[in-house]
Design a protein around this ligand. Structure first.
Ligand SMILES: [Zn+2]
Length: 217
């Protein structure tokens, strides 16, 4: 689909984790992310959105199409669905006259190719400071075709990623004029998508280095 690839950093700073993404100092949404910090004040990225500002500056002026894979870290208790270390792929697309329709078509095309299945998709409201509007991308369950199963919590649908139109403040901070250009961004968990595709029921298996598990793939 013509996207450039730029890998994220494993140690970053407050500006790229928060400020460049429209989280001013003291913004309550900072509490949504349980970040690890070093004694020197650096931050271990809690999402690959840390790379949005750099990508806008590096690849601008638009059209800009970049995916940003990387390792993420959150200071949280681990269980079958949560790990302190995981992987995300962020994507951004910026050009003239870009809408939510372009976003849905792009993400749907990728997911259908990856899961090798035709999917029904929908977006539902969410909240992120760096997009407006903010959405959660939802797909029809690829295992039960909406009949309900344990993977989809018997709802028939799976929430697969956060996404939305890039907030004008984030574009402006990246040197892009939001009056002239618009764009969308998304971020999904590589581990989670792999688990859905391969039927893995505990995210902790992925980092455990258990050869009996790894040899299956
Ligand atoms: Zn299902």
């Amino acid at each position: 689909m013509g996207f450039n690839v730029l890998e994220s950093r494993q140690i970053d700073d407050d500006y790229h984790m928060f400020e460049s993404l429209n989280f001013p100092k003291g913004h309550p949404a900072r509490d949504m992310y349980d970040t690890f910090t070093t004694e020197e004040g650096y931050i271990l990225p809690a999402h690959t959105s840390t790379m949005q500002n750099r990508a806008l500056k590096m690849y601008g002026p638009p059209p800009i199409a970049v995916v940003l894979p990387g390792r993420c870290f959150r200071n949280e208790a681990t269980d079958a669905g949560h790990e302190h270390t995981f992987h995300q792929i962020e994507g951004i697309y910026v050009d003239k006259n870009i809408s939510l329709g372009n976003m849905q078509a792009t993400i749907k095309t990728f997911l259908e190719a990856y899961l090798k299945k035709e999917l029904e998709v929908k977006v539902q409201p969410a909240y992120f400071p760096f997009t407006e509007p903010d959405c959660e991308f939802v797909i029809s369950c690829p295992f039960c075709n909406k009949a309900g199963c344990s993977t989809c919590g018997h709802s028939g649908w799976i929430e697969i990623m956060g996404c939305g139109m890039i907030h004008p403040n984030v574009l402006r901070e990246g040197g892009i004029d939001p009056e002239e250009y618009s764009g969308f961004a998304w971020g999904f968990g590589v581990d989670r998508l792999t688990m859905i595709k391969l039927g893995i029921n505990d995210i902790r298996y992925i980092r455990e280095s258990n050869l009996n598990f790894l040899k299956q793939f």
